[in-house]
Design a protein around this ligand. Structure first.
Ligand code: PLP
Length: 362
């Protein structure tokens, strides 16, 4: 029976994802806009009739691509819509990776990049982000590694999940230049960028020709269930991706919601303000506990539990209906990632942690 499966699938396992445990009342394991979904999503859902649902959607989500292109000063054929950023991330190795090709991936980072590469028969070279550097990417040595190993793909999560580091434009330019010299495609996953106060405009960098920027509306608008992501890139890359894309990949609901969300800039601004206020509160409170919180430019915080296992802390939190992201799947079993929520939820988390870790009220 095993003979029917491709060699590349040996050892591949389903990846663990947070967000679906029954007893959870306050879920800090997903990192979504703490404002929740904007009202325009509910309005769009209500505006759909049953007869709308009997039609096929636009196969290439043309209207949404035009609208995104328009708002970002791009051409429509520089944009591709996906059923979540996840679908797009899995399409990229389909156009780039042959058996034995190398993808360079910093670690720890989002686990799906390596799965997408491995399933095409590619090899991963992990670039270690070190605890003693607070997991910051060392740009010079990273670009040297690109030069040395000449990977086919480089994945960068910016801001990085789970560490929260957000590279600035000059760091990304250095990496892009190193990739250009080696004919490497740089994939930047900006799934969390909309909720970072340091967000900078990266779209113009696609003119370099070897860059793919992937974004998700999931985190920005707290709409994980709708599944909308998009990528922007050079026309040739988009056209190769279209050749492997599943038809009608984004539903009518997904396309209509995407159209409604493109102009919601004010909502994002309010989301960032709330995240920053609550991040300051959480960092201050965590600073009084016997743990170490890594500074974050994103809407989540990675916390070193200093030798305590994330599983044991989560077990105690779960008795109170609270759940954090256990970072064992990032190979950090004594770290948790806290997705920043509304103030009252964050206060409850701090109180619970204070009790569990056995220290004075903060
Ligand atoms: C870094 C990163 N990229 C992409 C995704 C998936 O995004 P989507 O919901 O749009 O598929 C996630 C989900 O957790 C993520 O953390």
């Amino acid at each position: 029976m095993d003979k029917i499966f491709r060699d590349a699938l040996k050892g591949l396992e389903a990846c663990y994802h947070g967000g679906s445990i029954d007893k959870v009342r306050l879920d800090f394991s997903t990192s979504l806009n703490p404002l929740g979904p904007p009202p325009s999503i509910a309005e769009t859902v209500r505006s759909l009739s049953i007869s709308d649902l009997s039609l096929y959607p636009e196969s290439d989500s043309r209207s949404v691509c035009y609208s995104i292109a328009n708002s970002q000063k791009l051409a429509p054929d520089e944009v591709l819509l996906g059923n979540g950023a996840s679908e797009l991330l899995f399409m990229i190795p389909l156009i780039a990776i042959e058996k034995g090709d190398i993808a360079l991936i910093p670690s720890p980072t989002y686990g799906e990049y390596s799965r997408a590469v491995l399933m095409m028969g590619g090899n991963i070279s992990y670039y270690p982000l070190l605890r003693e550097d607070d997991f910051r990417l060392q740009i010079d040595s990273f670009t040297e590694t690109i030069d040395e190993i000449m990977p086919k793909l480089v994945f960068l999560c910016n801001p990085n999940n789970p560490t929260g580091e957000y590279l600035d434009r000059s760091a990304v330019l250095d990496i892009l230049e190193a990739c250009r010299k080696r004919d490497t495609i740089l994939v930047i996953d900006e799934a969390y960028v909309d909720l970072s106060p340091k967000k900078w405009y990266s779209d113009d960098l696609i003119q370099n020709g070897n860059l793919i920027i992937v974004r998700s509306l999931t985190k920005s608008f707290s709409c994980a269930g709708i599944r909308i992501g998009y990528l922007v890139s050079d026309k040739k890359i988009i056209s190769a991706l279209k050749a492997v894309k599943i038809p009608w990949n984004v539903t009518i609901l997904g396309q209509k919601v995407a159209l409604a969300l493109i102009d919601e800039l004010e909502y994002l601004k309010k989301g960032v303000e709330l995240v920053e206020r609550e991040k300051a509160y959480l960092l201050h409170a965590l600073g009084k506990l016997p743990v170490y919180a890594i500074q974050s430019d994103a809407n989540f915080i990675l916390v070193d539990l200093k030798g305590r296992s994330a599983a044991s802390i989560n077990e105690k939190l779960l008795e109170r209906g609270i759940y954090l992201r256990d970072c064992a799947s990032f190979h950090l079993p004594d770290f948790v990632r806290i997705g920043i929520r509304k103030h009252e939820d964050n206060v409850e988390l701090v109180e619970a942690l204070t009790e569990i870790l056995g220290v004075e009220e903060v």
